[in-house]
Write a protein that binds this ligand. Structure first.
Ligand SMILES: [Zn+2]
Length: 489
């Protein structure tokens, strides 16, 4: 028999300013497997759990699959969902004797109704059961707000090193290989974390441009030093009002060495120095639409990111400021999406293709943030079940029942399951030919780029003051540690 290793995944990026709780059904809609189904369903995906499975096969581990669950970003995870999902992982830990190791795919910015630091709470409970000697390896999203507690209780921490996150499976493999070395006694890994009084920084984790490119190159070099097993640069997630908010560097090293702290300090110093450097410079909605309207069409679409209503940052996905600007400007040959409104999607599906309808978009989450209720009239040009096979590395997916409403020259994709745009197929599978559009507006901040950059003439960012606006002074933080930049100068 090989080494006995529990694998599991529990991921959620929690926007604590979003008032809609994240329930079990939100996990079920995105990813939720238990027991052997994890091995059956996740052996060929691009997720960290798949990386764990790859390495388990390589070393002939006796794998105990526990729970694998992920939900789209949103409000705090409900107590009920947490009890079932975290409870499933804890049960596996409790019920396994002679356990050799644990591999978990976590996010790092998960908040529940009861825990501001959900990952820290989960790992601490696991540690309490298994004692100090069983190595624990975790992968994290580079947007995690990572706590001291989590780092103290975890031996191996490997965060994604790409955004868009296209290296999740590789990071899973990396963490699992280090776990194998730890279980075999070759290394004694432990994790060190360093941060600054910073609420936001590291260019929000964009790895395609700016400071992260240099930071990652530097970290890669430092990883060649003796004993250094992994260096992860975490940009943090600003939409979570918790004490551990903000950028951090974690260093997983073999044994203890002051050098691991030095490495963290060196990298965090650079992040601190560049704290005001952000490559994304959003322009007002009206300016973005004016630019679209007056642009010389070169055969390729202009892509506008409605970044502040990005469901990928836990925004509602139903802000209307930018859409209103498009309608007011009589923009032609345009697509807009994905607008999330379950009831409306269902109504339009019942109305059916070919019906001319008048309806209200937005303003249904008890807030007009980013633009509230907007009355429109248009033609239903497509309806569907929302299931699609993506052509980008990030996705296959399910939008839930959905419809396309054509308002003047704008095709609006209306979906049921709130999510950011990551793939052209989200539109094209619903009959919107993006390559014929002159302007495409996406509710996504960065993940759309893997799929959209290759077809876009240009990508610009628009500020419509949705829930996920990068203007941190627009939100009231109560739990963050103080002083912290830029709230305190
Ligand atoms: Zn992320």
């Amino acid at each position: 028999m090989g080494r006995k290793v529990i694998i599991g995944q529990l991921e959620h990026e929690t926007n604590t300013f979003n008032t809609c709780p994240t329930e079990l059904v939100n996990f079920a809609n995105r990813l939720y497997f238990t027991g052997e189904d994890i091995l059956l369903s996740m052996s060929n995906r691009q997720l960290s759990t798949t990386g764990f499975i790859d390495v388990a096969k390589e070393y002939g581990w006796d794998v105990i699959p526990s729970v694998a669950a992920a939900a789209n970003p949103g409000g705090k995870v409900s107590k009920e969902a947490w009890d079932i999902l975290a409870g499933g992982i804890l049960d596996a830990v409790r019920n396994t004797s002679d356990l050799d190791g644990i591999c978990l795919g976590l996010h790092g910015a998960m908040v529940t109704e009861d825990h501001d630091d959900a990952e820290g709470a989960l790992i601490s409970q696991i540690r309490e059961i298994v004692g100090p000697d069983v190595p624990i390896a975790v992968t994290l999203d580079l947007h995690g707000n990572i706590s001291d507690e989590m780092c103290q209780q975890t031996n191996i921490v490997v965060s994604y090193k790409t955004y868009p996150h296209v290296d999740m499976r590789q990071c899973g493999r990396r963490a699992a290989r280090l776990l194998e070395e730890a279980m075999s006694g070759k290394i004694k890994p432990r994790c060190t974390i360093v941060r600054r009084p910073l609420l936001v920084g590291a260019n929000n984790g964009r790895t395609t441009e700016g400071q992260m490119v240099d930071l990652l190159a530097c970290a890669e070099e430092m990883m060649q030093e003796p004993g250094v097993l992994d260096i992860s640069i975490n940009a943090g997630f600003t939409m979570a009002d918790t004490p551990y908010i903000g950028p951090s560097v974690t260093v997983t090293g073999d044994g203890k060495s002051p050098r691991y702290v030095e490495i963290g300090e060196e990298l965090m110093d650079r992040i601190w120095q560049l704290r005001d450097e952000f490559s994304m410079k959003p322009i007002p909605a009206e300016d973005a639409i004016n630019f679209a309207k007056n642009r010389q069409y070169d055969g390729k679409p202009l892509v506008i990111s409605d970044y502040s209503d990005n469901p990928g940052s836990g925004a509602y996905g139903d802000a209307t400021n930018l859409l209103k600007a498009m309608i007011d400007a009589n923009l032609e040959d345009a697509a807009f999406g994905a607008f999330c409104d379950k009831e409306l999607a269902s109504d339009l599906c019942s109305e059916g293709v070919g019906k001319y309808v008048t309806c209200v978009l937005g303003g249904k989450n008890g807030s007009a943030i980013g633009g509230g209720a907007l009355a429109v009239s248009g033609l239903v040009v497509s309806t569907g079940d929302g299931k699609y096979i993506g052509d980008a590395p990030m996705s296959t997916g399910n939008l839930g029942p959905c419809a396309v409403l054509r308002v003047e020259g704008i095709d609006i994709l209306i979906i049921s399951f709130r999510q950011q745009v990551v793939d052209l197929q989200m539109f094209t599978s619903n009959g919107i030919n993006l390559l014929e559009k002159k302007t495409i507006v996406v509710k996504s901040k960065q993940h759309f780029r893997a799929a959209f950059d290759p077809v876009a003439s240009e990508v610009i960012f628009s500020e419509s003051f949705g829930l996920a606006s990068q203007d941190v002074t627009a939100r009231v933080y109560r739990k963050v540690r103080r002083p912290i930049y830029p709230l305190d100068k």
